[in-house]
Write a protein that binds this ligand. Structure first.
Ligand SMILES: Nc1ncnc2c1ncn2[C@@H]1O[C@H](COP(=O)(O)OP(=O)(O)OP(=O)(O)O)[C@@H](O)[C@H]1O
Length: 591
């Protein structure tokens, strides 16, 4: 046992050298006599020759063990190989399956239960899911898809590790909850979502930084779940991560040289590749400056240039324009548009304008699930509130006989009446120069006729311009984020206190639209009173009450929805009065 540890062998060898040469009559140990025991030694167990051989053998032993443990102990991202990975022929041949695992060897994480998969309630998401599932069932490798995501699940265990194999678990967090989607070639797919939606986690799973808990994803046919597939994927992708991974001491040019070498670009071309990319991202002048002295926007541009090295077939851009000024941003948009040709791009961003300008398809995620998918126009028409009509007025060419203010009021009033009579809507924004109306989707069929009439009566109303457009992507995003937050608040039965302007306070389910005011029955209103509650989101995305409507009688057709759980009721304490939630669907019937 003693001999398995090289320092002991070294110490023994030094000791033998000392004994052999410390006395004046000592003859030392020559190379020829390396296998002989010292002449006066009675307990010679090992000679210098034996020590050399042991040192050589233990070097090989420890070297092999180091490689083995390096493979089976989870790396910084939690990835590791199976215990008997070396028995798998693919490890040696570099072909076929060689699955990577996640988590500790004692499998704290491996035992995480997969989340309950929920069928999407959006028809487009369901259609996409069914398409990908069908392709997976039939083993079809879609020639138009660059990335195929098959029921991807990522669960972060809230685990506190103590020692090697003892671990304490807190509830796991499902960051991605069964994602089924294809990212097509020659297209830019934009992944949107509020903070914590799971966008970066999805990207990290695709690029192999984060191990997948369930499901799989293939990039140009290579699975992210096996290490051979992952090493092939690395040759095909370029990544601009959310946070710049740069070395302060290296210049922009040196970064490009370094990454081009790592990506295996031919040495003769590295200089021209770096020159071209620096020019594309407008960093030629600062090419020799240290990255540490770059501004945030310059660092983002350098990271973007690094992602384009080697002409990757899939480019993943995680918030690439964060911190850029509008001019640089527009410039990077142009580069991204050009880069779309011949490759797939996956982009995450918080800029709705960016998503609108660049995307071929957009997917909005929230709470780890895909909530909607489609082109920008499709999302706007399905999830926006409808069309926006802007009617502009001139002050000069109408109503000469009346004072200007009266003329304005009169023309505005006439247009307001026109919209009220034809579309039953009031203006959303109103000022001297224009009126803005939001036209709900259910009245879209009337638009052609109404705008023809309005066009003909332009002079009569003093209208200078009529503009009509879809609601913005921003609005779609807010609607989806709000719906997701509402869903989770309802599922968890979270309550909050509503205080009416009349001073009455009671508890309501977070996200409830219509609530019955407790104890509000009277002779005039035998069914009681209700209020409509308005919600918005705070900076952290949590729903908060922004206001409420006037109190109104509950119509006979209104039905109570399933009552909420009494999650905040503590035994021994006064039970808070909790309002009943009324099913808002009857509102639509009375529109
Ligand atoms: N290593 C981790 N351990 C535990 N939870 C994590 C870990 N990394 C991310 N999460 C959680 O997973 C969820 C998704 O995070 P992710 O970074 O993917 O969100 P995102 O959509 O990219 O948000 P943002 O727009 O802020 O970048 C978040 O609630 C986050 O707190």
């Amino acid at each position: 046992m003693w001999s398995f540890f090289p320092p002991n062998l070294l110490a023994q060898a030094l000791n033998m050298f000392k004994d052999a040469s410390s006395q004046p009559e000592g003859v030392g140990i020559s190379w020829d006599r390396r296998a002989d025991c010292p002449p006066d030694s009675s307990d010679c167990v090992m000679t210098i020759d034996g020590i050399y051989k042991w040192l050589a053998s233990t070097f090989i032993l420890w070297f092999v063990l180091a490689i083995y443990f390096d493979n089976i102990i989870p790396n910084a991202s939690g990835l590791r190989k199976p215990l008997f990975y070396f028995l798998n022929p693919s490890y040696w041949t570099g072909k076929g399956e060689n699955k990577v695992k996640e988590g500790n060897i004692c499998r704290c994480i491996g035992l995480e239960p997969l989340p309950e998969l929920i069928t999407p309630d959006d028809e487009d998401v369901l259609e996409e899911e069914n398409l990908v599932k069908q392709q997976a069932r039939e083993g079809i490798d879609d020639p138009n898809a660059a990335v195929q995501i098959h029921g991807l699940v990522k669960t972060y265990p809230k685990t506190i590790k103590i020692g090697c194999c003892r671990c304490k678990q807190t509830p796991p967090y499902h960051a991605i909850n069964g994602l089924w989607v294809n990212f097509r070639k020659d297209q830019l797919f934009c992944l949107l979502g509020p903070n914590g939606a799971g966008k970066t986690t999805t990207i990290n799973c695709l690029i192999g930084i984060s191990p997948v808990t369930g499901g799989d994803a293939t990039i140009y046919g290579h699975s992210v779940r096996n290490s051979v597939g992952m090493s092939n994927i690395r040759k095909l992708i370029g990544v601009c991560p959310q946070f710049d991974i740069l070395w302060d001491a290296l210049s922009g040019q040196e970064h490009l040289y370094l990454f081009a070498s790592i990506k295996g670009q031919p040495p003769n071309y590295i200089e021209s590749i770096a020159y071209k990319l620096l020019d594309e991202v407008r960093l030629t002048e600062s090419a020799n400056g240290r990255a540490g002295s770059y501004s945030g926007g310059m660092k983002r541009r350098l990271s973007f240039a690094i992602a384009l090295i080697g002409d990757p077939k899939l480019v993943i851009l995680d918030e690439p324009t964060t911190g850029m000024d509008p001019i640089s941003r527009r410039h990077v948009w142009d580069i991204i548009k050009d880069a779309k040709r011949g490759r797939a791009i996956v982009l995450t961003t918080h800029s709705m304008e960016e998503a609108d300008v660049l995307s071929d398809r957009i997917g909005i995620m929230a709470k780890g699930r895909l909530r909607c998918i489609g082109t920008s126009i499709r999302l706007k028409s399905r999830f926006g509130t409808g069309f926006i009509a802007n009617v502009s007025f001139s002050r000069s060419d109408v109503g000469q006989a009346l004072p200007v203010e009266d003329t304005i009021t009169e023309t505005h009033e006439a247009v307001k009446q026109f919209f009220k009579y034809n579309l039953k809507i009031e203006p959303k924004v109103e000022n001297e120069a224009f009126l803005t109306f939001v036209i709900p989707h259910d009245r879209e069929s009337l638009l052609t006729k109404i705008f023809k009439d309005l066009e003909e009566r332009k002079r009569e109303f003093g209208i200078t311009d009529i503009q009509i457009g879809l609601t913005t992507l921003n609005e779609v995003f807010l609607n989806i984020a709000k719906k997701a937050e509402l869903e989770s608040a309802t599922a968890e039965g979270r309550l909050t206190t509503l205080t009416l302007t009349s001073g009455t306070s009671f508890q309501i389910l977070i996200g409830a639209q219509l609530v019955r005011i407790p104890e509000s029955e009277s002779v005039e209103n035998p069914t009681g009173l209700m209020v409509e509650v308005y919600w918005d989101q705070d900076d952290a995305g949590n729903l908060r009450i922004s206001g409420h409507s006037n109190e109104m009688p509950i119509p006979p057709g209104a039905q109570a929805m399933a009552s909420s759980s009494n999650s905040n009721t503590n035994s021994g304490q006064t039970r808070p009065i909790q309002a009943i939630v009324i099913d808002p669907s009857f509102l639509n019937r009375h529109d």
